[in-house]
Design a protein around this ligand. Structure first.
Ligand code: HEC
Length: 169
């Protein structure tokens, strides 16, 4: 009898105290799943998105886009670079990604890249080759500054394609 009562009490205890606690624990947002992660490394973003979309902006400063279609393509690429800059603020699968994205200076360069690329978007929209050149120079300055700060051991020269004459490299 005694064990029956205590087992009943135990069940009640489970029902009223433990179960709500468990439910509360389950409904807490999981920290890991809330943390945003890119599916690839920042190095991959750099090679496949940043470098890829920046090149044609620099080239355009030398070889002016001819058709509406060319300008439109340039606008899309500049937009990709703008988005790419913002993606650099989110860590991916690379071993040092988190350390980079946690760094304030890194965040600053990423935002600057995004803003300079937004200016290239506007320049392409208004088909203004001088503004494209200016935005291209701003972009290369940000690439260069971030590389000097965060990857000084890797060579940076010759990866930028063609630069406009006023580029500060
Ligand atoms: C916020 C900092 C930052 C900015 C801005 C930045 N980079 Fe990088 N970039 C890096 C770092 C760090 C690496 C090295 C990544 C690694 O080794 O994992 C890198 C690597 C690269 C690589 C080498 C990728 C490879 O695997 O060969 C290229 C190419 C590159 N960046 C181009 C650019 C260009 C072009 C721009 C500007 C349009 C730019 N980067 C802007 C930080 C930056």
């Amino acid at each position: 009898m005694r064990t029956l009562i205590s087992s009943k009490l135990f069940k009640l205890f489970l029902l009223f105290f433990i179960t709500p606690l468990l439910l509360a624990a389950c409904s807490q947002p999981q920290e890991n799943s809330a943390e945003l992660r890119l599916p690839v490394s920042i190095n991959e973003v750099m090679a496949s998105l940043i470098n890829h979309s920046a090149d044609p902006i620099w080239i355009a400063a030398w070889q002016e886009p001819q058709t509406d279609r060319d300008w439109r393509e340039l606008e899309h690429l500049a937009r990709q670079l703008q988005i790419g800059g913002s993606l650099l603020t989110i860590p991916g699968t690379g071993p040092v990604d988190k350390a980079w994205t946690d760094n304030e200076e890194w965040q600053g360069y990423s935002q600057q890249l995004s803003s300079a690329a937004a200016r290239a978007v506007n320049a392409a929209r208004s088909k203004d080759i001088e503004l494209i050149g200016r935005a291209g120079d701003e972009i290369v300055t940000v690439c260069e500054s971030c590389h000097i700060a965060f990857k000084p051991d890797l060579p940076t020269m010759n990866i930028y394609g063609e630069l406009s004459p006023t580029a500060s490299l």
